[in-house]
Design a protein around this ligand. Sequence first.
Ligand code: ZN
Length: 302
Amino acid sequence: MSLFPNPLRRKFLWQGNKDGKGYSFVNWETALRSKDRGELGFKNLKLQNESLLKKWLWRYTEERNALWKEVIIAKYGELNPWCTEITTEPYGVGAWRSIRNLWSQMETNLYIKVGSGTKTKFWKDAWIDQSPLRDLFPDLFQICGNPDANVGDCWTEQGWDLVFRRLLNDWEVERVAEILGMLGGVTINANATDRMLWKHSKDGLFLVNSAYRRGLQVMAGRPKHFWNYFWKGDIPTKVKCFTWLVIKRACLTQEVLQKKGRQLVPRCFLCNLTSETNSHLFLHCNYTAQIWNLFLSISNLN
Ligand SMILES: [Zn+2]
């Protein structure tokens, strides 16, 4: 499912003979930049291919009872209502594996539109804000009755009904009021399904072209001078090297080990709740988040 046409097209931009000795007129990345940035605007086929594959991830979130989806679920298992588990097959060229590997990119460009609230976790999914309520209200999450409750479970005809394991202190009552304030505009519709929508279109529908443009923006947003700052910064070298590995997603997380063919059950060894991906381990894991929060409060950045 991958295409390697760029080297062929690259030759058109190169001056030279059959020995391959020549000079490139422009840097290839420059040629790929879009025309409104004053460049050649060649289609980046790798990005185009990825955008087409992402369409399948989108269809997975949208379609119900589709045969192809049921086959995929039977083979790989569900991570949550929106995606399968990471594929663990070390051998062969699984089409779904190439597609599934794009989920972490895809996920950051989607948001949940709650219908009946039965597919969405009240505390753990980012459905009301960019961050899950768990991260916005860690104090209340600690004492909530059911950390895995669905949004629909917390809704009654009388309104929101949040259950806690003990009576609330005065300041906690104020925090609950904050949550209820955020939920003020939300209505639960028992007849509608929860959906994942694309952030970059007006109607929330995924379009391959929109995904392609988004990919170009992401590429353009990582200017080379970032790396100059990064490497010249006054930081211990071993910290820089490690950070570089994290940014490049090259640390030997279980996710990476799987891609390299190691057979294992992918569980975060800190929380044991979900797969050990780069972003989970270094950003989103409960334990890691506590370290970040500590760091931010010490540095007065909270
Ligand atoms: Zn974890």
